[in-house]
Design a protein around this ligand. Structure first.
Ligand SMILES: *[C@@H]1O[C@H](CO)[C@@H](O)[C@H](O)[C@H]1NC(C)=O
Length: 209
C-alpha cells in the first residue's frame, strides 16, 4: 500500500513537472493578437508558429497559426498560390513571436507547381527553399496533388502521418515532375507537411471555388 502511494506521488510529481505549454492561435485575418496559452498533450514536445500568405490573382490573404505539435522544423514551403513560413521551438511558451512573412527573395531554384488545370507550372523558389516536393492526399474525398518548393529542414522532419501519402522531396531544378520524383530514402512524411498541405489546400479551395 505504501509503495503504491509512493509510486502514485512520484508519478504525479513527474508528470506535473513536465507540463509544457505553447501559444495557440487561429489567425484567419492575419493576426495572433488574440492568442491564448495552451497546455500541450504529452505527445507534443514542440511549439510552432506559421504565417501563410495566399495569393490568387488580386486576392491576397494572410493566415497565422500557432499550436503544440509533435514535430516540426524551421523553414518554408511554397505552392505558388500559397507560401508558408514556419518556426519551430522546443521550450515552454517559446512561440510567443509570430513566424515571419514568407520570403520573396528568389534563390535561383525552380520547381513544378500545380493549379486547377495542370501540375507543370514553373515556380521560382525563394529564401531557404532548396528542395522540390510533391505530395498526394485526399481532401473532401477528392485525391489532390500538390507540388512546390520547400526547405530541406522540412523534408528532413521525420514524423509519419496518415493523411498524406507519398510526400517526397528531391534536389535539383524541376526535379518534382511526374516521372522523376522518387520517395525520400526513409519515406519520411512530416506533420508539418501534412498540416501545411491541408491548410494551404483548404485555403486555396475556399478562395478559388
Ligand atoms: C528555429 O528558429 C528559431 C527562431 O529563429 C530558433 O530560436 C530555433 O532554435 C530554431 N529551431 C530549430 C529547430 O532550428
Amino acid at each position: 500500500m505504501d509503495l503504491q502511494i509512493s509510486v502514485f506521488l512520484l508519478f504525479v510529481l513527474f508528470t506535473a513537472g513536465h507540463s509544457f505549454s505553447c501559444y495557440e492561435c487561429l489567425g484567419l485575418t492575419g493576426s495572433c493578437s488574440a492568442q491564448t496559452l495552451k497546455t500541450c498533450p504529452s505527445i507534443s514536445t514542440k511549439c510552432m508558429s506559421s504565417t501563410t500568405v495566399v495569393q490568387a490573382g488580386d486576392i491576397s490573404s494572410k493566415v497565422k497559426l500557432k499550436d503544440c505539435v509533435a514535430d516540426c522544423a524551421n523553414g518554408s514551403m511554397n505552392l505558388g498560390i500559397a507560401k508558408t513560413s514556419l518556426v519551430c521551438c522546443n521550450t515552454d511558451r517559446c512561440n510567443l513571436q509570430d513566424a515571419p512573412d514568407p520570403s520573396n527573395v528568389l534563390n535561383g531554384k525552380t520547381c513544378y507547381s500545380c493549379d486547377e488545370k495542370s501540375c507543370s507550372n514553373i515556380l521560382r523558389c525563394s529564401g531557404s527553399e532548396d528542395r522540390c516536393f510533391k505530395a498526394t492526399g485526399t481532401i473532401g474525398g477528392q485525391s489532390t496533388v500538390i507540388k512546390g518548393c520547400v526547405s530541406k529542414s522540412i523534408c528532413d522532419a521525420e514524423t509519419s502521418v496518415r493523411d498524406v501519402q507519398g510526400t517526397s522531396c528531391c534536389e535539383g531544378n524541376l526535379c518534382n515532375g511526374a516521372q522523376s520524383v522518387t520517395q525520400s530514402a526513409n519515406g519520411a512524411q512530416s506533420v508539418t507537411q501534412s498540416f501545411l498541405f491541408l491548410c494551404c489546400s483548404l485555403l486555396s479551395f475556399i478562395l478559388l471555388h
